[in-house]
Structures are given as C-alpha cells and as structure tokens.
Design a protein around this ligand. Structure first.
Ligand code: AMP
Ligand code: MG
Length: 411
C-alpha cells in the first residue's frame, strides 16, 4: 500500500487508475427519445439524405433565378404568379419562363424553380403579378438535398454523450432506436459511527448520513445507477462484510469516509483486502479531499471518498465522474459550463496542492460577474448548496488575488 503522504496530483491519480483499467463496454438498445445523457456504443451513420428534397429557407416566391437577373428597385422584374406550393405536399405547379410560385419556409419549390426570392424583396403589382426588386442566384434561399447530412455520413461517433439536439438529429433521420452503453452500477457504502439514516433524529454527537445521497445523485447525474448498500460503523469486520457482497452487484465501489488518519486508515485496509491489486493511491494533493483512496478490485474500480460532504463531492467530480464515463466508453466526458468572473477576495493555497473553492456569483462589475468565495469551515454542506460553482487554484500556484480573472465551473 502506498504511503499516505506520498501523494499524487488528482490528475495523476486518475491516470494510475486508467492505466490499470481494461474497459469492456456492454451495450443495450434504447429508444432515441429516452437516450438523453446515454453514451453511444457504436458510431451512427445516416441512412438518408437530409433534407430529402430541396427546401425553401424563406417565405417568398420560388422562381427561375435567371428571370430575376438585373432586377433593381427602379427596374424590377415582373413575374406572373402560378399558384403556391402548400406545406407538406409535392408541388403541383410547374414554372414557365417569367413565372413565380408562392413558397413557404421549409416547403418545396415549384417544379422548374431553382431559387427563392424573399417576400421582403417583392411587391404586388396586380392580382397575379409581382415585382422582384433584387436578383437571386441559382440556389439562393434554398436548402439542397443532403446539405445538412448525406446518406452514409457518420452523424455521431461511438462514446458520445447524447444531448437534446442529438435526439433531434437522430429523429430527423428516422433513427428511433440506438445502441448505448449499459449504465455502470455504483455500489455505495457509507461508514461512520456517528451516522444515522436521514429519517432518524440524530442523538448527541450523531449526524444524518448525507454522502449516500449526494453520491447517489452524482452517480445518477453522470449516467450511472446508484445502489446504496449499507451504512456501517467504523469496524473492520462490519465494513468488510458490507463490501464483499457489494461488488458482485456493481461495476464500481464507492466507500464514504474512514480514510483519514483519524480513522486509522480503516477503509484503506478494508478496500485493500477485497481483491487485487487493491489500493493504488492513498492520498492526493488536493484541498478539500486529501484522504482519498483509489483502488482496483479484480478489475473493478473502487474509491474511498473523504467523509466531509464537500470533499466527497469534489473528489467524486475529479475521479469517479470520469471513471463512470470511461466505463461507458467515453474518453472525454462533457465539460461543465464555465463563466469568466472577477475574484472578489484573495484565496490562499500552497504550491504543490490543487485547491477547489466554492464560489457564489454576485452581481456584475464592468459587465463581468464577481466570484465570491464561500469559505465554510470545511464540513459544511451548505457551503455547496449556497455556491454556484467552483474555481481551481492550480497545483503550481500559492493562491489567487482579489481582482484576478477566474474561470468558474458552474454546477
Ligand atoms: P472521516 O472521513 O470519517 O474522517 O469523516 C470526516 C467528516 O465527515 C466527519 O466530520 C464525519 O462526521 C463527516 N462524515 C462522514 N461521513 C459522512 C456522511 N455520510 N454524511 C455526512 N457527514 C459525514
Ligand atoms: Mg469517520
């Protein structure tokens, strides 16, 4: 087991795990309409051209472009109306020279038309005559067949996390079912003599178990299936009993608490006893979240997260989150949205340690939001509840100064 103080940077710790992990993605077929957030298990190729017919991109008139050449406001082109092409139907109208046909956005063009003149560039000159005040080139204001997607194009690669627009894009092509990675199952064991379930009133010195629930919510948010298996006391045998059966039911094991020095490295010994190679990393250069365990148990990743609810969430996002995506075949998980802000106060750190600081976005100053650090004594879940996002003080910096520009990763 590595020494507690022989600590790695968070990124290095993840790399150690990644190197040991061999991923085999199981897939399942789901309805596209239910695929939001799922990871594609194969690349997806278009079975069709989109659009499948030339479509007008404007309301106006479909024309033969040559009939409008040279048209100006002073000397407009006069075209005879040959009827309109209704939406959702094939054109019944065929244009002869000097003719135009009413066209709607997204509708088909009249037979023989090769461009669309915007309504705004025309004027009525009589019952069945229009004036065209500007010329159009062939193809102008027309979406050609296959201009969006061509048959055979790869529309999504494997390992892609489905977004709302992807649901729309697949639907447009008639792809109503896709193969996605099976959701990784994460079994969660919370430890601590002081913990009671949330429906119980804590006695003196007791607190409600928060981590089982925040970790479950994070797992769900990132495409996994949370399975809370036990709330156990700080006892080697009890924790081992809870963990031994647990991994059979899941793909990832998450232990909460008991990994700090005060807990005598209890979870580290339990996790290390579960299989091989066991604990890979114990302790990372991170605040909050130093007492973190990364392990591999007979091919399955296991984590010991610090008990402090804030630390547990920070470490989850840095290590467990990318692992869940990796297990689903996604090498580069979607990044949280960010906003650039001006730091309202100094933030102290030490070189050689990565700090994650919760911030609240307060009003704007010169058009830029202000990021106010939410310094809680580290155990306060509400420092997270009240925050809008986090900023990072990188490993090589000893702090950040008030007034500096920071990138806030939004929750
Ligand atoms: P530990 O990692 O066991 O040293 O715990 C660090 C701090 O986190 C202690 O104050 C614990 O009471 C608290 N803690 C541990 N587990 C949980 C939990 N599941 N929910 C809320 N607080 C916890
Ligand atoms: Mg504890």
């Amino acid at each position: 087991m590595p020494e507690f103080f022989n600590v790695l940077a968070p990124e290095e710790a993840f790399e150690v795990l990644r190197k040991h992990l061999s991923v085999r993605v199981d897939s399942e077929r789901v309805s596209t309409s239910r695929a939001l957030g799922r990871v594609t298990a194969t690349n997806i190729v278009s079975p069709e051209d989109l659009p499948s017919f030339p479509r007008s991109t404007m309301d106006g008139y479909s024309v033969r472009a040559a009939d409008t050449f040279g048209a100006t406001e002073g000397l407009p082109a006069y075209l005879e109306l040959a009827g309109a092409v209704p939406m959702g139907a094939a054109p019944q109208v065929s244009l002869g020279p000097g003719e135009a046909s009413g066209a709607f956005t997204g509708g088909m063009l009249a037979v023989g038309a090769d461009a669309v003149v915007m309504e705004e560039h025309t004027q009525r000159a009589g019952e069945t005559t229009i004036e065209v005040m500007r010329p159009v080139a062939p193809g102008e204001n027309v979406l050609q067949v296959g201009e969006d997607v061509r048959v055979g194009d790869e529309v999504l690669p494997a390992g892609h996390v489905i977004r709302p627009q992807d649901v729309g894009g697949l639907t447009a092509l008639g792809i109503t079912e896709i193969d996605v990675a099976r959701r990784p199952v994460v079994v969660i064991v919370s430890t601590g003599d002081e913990l009671v379930p949330p429906n119980e009133a804590p006695g003196p010195g007791q607190v409600r178990d928060i981590n089982t629930y925040t970790i479950s919510a994070l797992v769900e948010k990132h495409g996994g299936v949370p399975v809370p298996v036990a709330l156990v006391e700080d006892d080697y045998e009890a924790q081992r009993d809870a963990a031994v059966g647990a991994l059979d039911k899941g793909d990832v094991l998450v232990f909460s608490a008991g990994s700090s020095i005060s807990s005598r490295d209890l979870t580290a010994s339990v996790i290390d006893s579960l299989g091989s190679p066991g604990v890979l990393v114990h302790g990372i250069s991170l605040k909050p979240g130093k007492p973190t365990i990364v392990a591999l148990i007979d091919g399955k990743p296991a984590f010991g997260l610090p008990g402090n609810p804030v630390s547990a969430m920070v470490v989850f996002n840095l290590l467990v989150r990318p692992t869940l995506y990796l297990l689903a075949g996604c090498e580069e998980p979607p990044e949280p949205a960010t906003v650039t802000a001006r730091l309202a106060r100094d933030v102290a750190s030490v070189a050689g340690r990565e700090d994650h600081v919760q911030v609240r976005l307060n009003g704007t100053e010169n058009g830029r939001p202000t990021a106010e650090p939410v310094f809680g004594k580290s155990n306060l879940i509400y420092s997270l509840v009240r925050a809008d996002g986090t900023i990072t003080v990188p490993l090589d910096k000893a702090g950040l100064y008030a007034g500096e520009e920071v990138e806030v990763r939004l929750f």
